[in-house]
Structures are given as structure tokens and as C-alpha cells.
Design a protein around this ligand. Structure first.
Ligand SMILES: [Zn+2]
Length: 322
């Protein structure tokens, strides 16, 4: 393939990804779909894979574990919300395969183990969540192009206690918290900080919580810094380990950033994810992600699959009596 052919194919490979971009702004070239600046930021890595005749590699830090707040989710295990997201990602690799035969591989780099202590998810729940994620991945139509990578998959960390794994990650990659605080106060990472703080506040604001709102808010802010610090450390570890991969993100990103934000499932909230919500079958063949409490307020019915809570469905309007 000539260089210009490689570039042409690389652009086509990026098209289906950019169609689902989760944009941080809608101005400048980002008002266009696909945005050329966002596409070109990742083109070199895509071109390298194509020139070598290899699958295009993506890494996606995501799917940490279910939120501990049962007003938002159905339980600790992946359910229809994760299944829909996995089907979407697998469909994306299929669309890439149609324009580039070697296709694509999306490695889901679960970040649950990385910050479980800071978000209040027990490590056993992370383990159970990851195991079920692998089961869902194995059940996808093959080839799915989807893989799963966790902190314990780092060979030098295997078998260590989970706290020690996090310590080693932090020793090697974490930015000092004081420096991160300064950057956030200066406006960097501010939307991410606000979103994480909101999630942690909501997750802690359960019926069992008896403290004050301001104490909970303070605690959420302090933990948000740790979550961002560890997420960044995880991202840096992944960049070292998978240098040739295009870095995807579940958060909106600035135009032309080195991470590309994407939507996994349609949602009315730009920050909502499968692990902070439930899937609602809207009755017209589609699903959206919403908080569990909202599904229940809308009178949706719980659907169980193999005995386990899976998702909600909006019941058909009652037939009017003749
Ligand atoms: Zn852009």
C-alpha cells in the first residue's frame, strides 16, 4: 500500500469511531462530524497498524465496577447496560473490519481495581464484576475484537494483595496530589473533577447515610482527587504498555486531544455510563441509560434474565376499554 492509500484507509477506519464521539465542545472544527482535528490526532497510530497489516488497536479505560448506589444501578454485576455497551464496541470493530480486513481490537482496561478503595467498591465486587464482564465478552459473536485487561494482568503484580498493587501503581505513575489540586484549582481537569465529585457525592448519599451534606461533599471532593490521580496513573501505565494503541475515553475530551471520547450507549446525560445507571428499553427497539430511580419513577418494569435483574422496560400504555 502506498502512503496515501494507508492514510485513506486510516481515515475510513476512524469514521465509525468518530460517529460516536463524545465531544467536549461543539465549536470550531468539532462542530463537524467527523471532526478533522480529532481524527488527525490519532491518525499516526492507526496508519502504523495499517502499514504493518495488523489490526488497529484501541485501549479504553472503563468498566470499573457498578456504582455502590442502588438508587442508580441494579446490583454489583454487569447487566443489560454493560451488555449493550459491549455489543456496541463489538459492532464498531465489525464496521472497521468492513473497511479494513485485519479489523480492530478494543482492549477494555478495567479501572475498578485501580481506585476501588476511593470510590467505595469492595475488591470482591470488582473481582465478581470483572469475571462477569469476561463471560459477557466470551458470549459476543466472534470475532468480537474485544479484550479485557485489569491491573492484576500486569505480570509483576499478579498474586499481590490488591492494596499493594495500587501502591506500586501510585509509586510508579501517580502525580503528587498537591500538584493535581493546584492544576484543578487553576481550571485544568475541572469538568472531570466536577463530574467525579458529583458521582461520589451521589454514591455516598444513600438512605443509610446519616451525616451532613456538607461533610459528604467535602469527602467526595477529597476522594475525587484520588480517583483522578489513580485514573491518570492507570492511563500512563497503559500508554507504556500499549504504545501503539489509540486511546479512547468514556469522558468528553477537548478537540484534538490525545484521548478520544466516545459514547457507549445512548444517554441523555453526557457523563452517564453503564456502571452508573440501568438500561431502559424504550419499547421502540432502542435503549437508553438512566438512573434506576428515574426508571422506577417513570413506572418502568424490571426485567429479569436467568433470575437476575437485567434492565427496565417501559410498559405499553394500557389499552382503553371499549
Ligand atoms: Zn474536534
Amino acid at each position: 500500500m502506498s502512503d496515501s492509500d494507508v492514510t485513506r484507509v486510516a481515515r475510513r477506519v476512524m469514521e465509525p469511531v468518530l460517529r460516536h464521539q463524545r465531544k467536549g465542545q461543539r465549536t470550531g472544527s468539532c462542530a463537524l462530524t467527523p471532526c478533522p482535528a480529532c481524527r488527525d490526532a490519532h491518525l499516526v497510530r492507526v496508519e502504523r497498524c495499517i502499514a504493518a497489516g495488523e489490526p488497529v488497536r484501541f485501549v479504553l479505560p472503563a468498566f470499573p465496577g457498578k456504582s455502590p448506589n442502588t438508587a442508580k444501578v441494579l446490583g454489583v454485576l454487569p447487566d443489560m447496560a454493560e451488555k449493550l455497551a459491549l455489543e456496541f464496541l463489538s459492532g464498531l470493530t465489525e464496521r472497521i473490519r468492513q473497511v479494513y480486513a485485519p479489523g480492530a481490537e478494543i482492549l477494555i482496561c478495567s479501572d475498578g481495581r485501580v481506585f476501588s478503595d476511593a470510590v467505595g467498591i469492595p475488591d470482591e465486587h470488582i473481582t465478581a464484576y470483572q469475571r462477569e464482564m469476561q463471560t459477557l465478552i466470551d458470549a459476543l459473536p466472534q470475532p468480537s475484537g474485544i479484550g479485557l485487561f485489569n491491573l492484576e494482568d500486569m505480570p509483576e503484580l499478579a498474586g499481590l494483595p490488591h492494596d499493594r498493587m495500587r501502591e506500586i501503581l501510585s509509586e510508579r505513575y501517580a502525580e503528587p496530589l498537591e500538584q493535581l489540586r493546584k492544576r484543578v484549582r487553576a481550571g485544568e481537569e475541572a469538568p472531570l473533577y466536577r463530574a467525579i465529585t458529583r458521582f461520589l457525592f451521589e454514591d455516598g448519599n444513600t438512605p443509610e447515610y446519616t451525616g451532613s451534606r456538607s461533610a459528604l461533599q467535602r469527602d467526595a471532593r477529597a476522594r475525587a482527587y484520588v480517583v483522578i490521580q489513580r485514573s491518570k496513573a492507570w492511563g500512563d501505565l497503559l500508554a507504556d504498555r500499549f504504545p501503539g494503541a489509540v486511546r479512547l475515553s468514556i469522558h468528553p475530551q477537548a478537540c484534538g486531544a490525545d484521548k478520544l471520547g466516545i459514547h457507549l450507549v445512548q444517554t441523555p446525560d453526557n457523563w452517564l455510563t453503564p456502571w452508573h445507571s440501568v438500561a431502559l428499553d424504550t419499547g421502540d427497539g432502542g435503549h437508553v441509560l438512566i438512573k434506576r430511580s428515574e426508571a422506577e419513577e417513570r413506572g418502568a418494569e424490571l426485567v429479569r434474565i436467568a433470575g437476575r435483574p437485567s434492565h427496565y422496560v417501559l410498559s405499553a400504555p394500557a389499552a382503553t376499554a371499549a
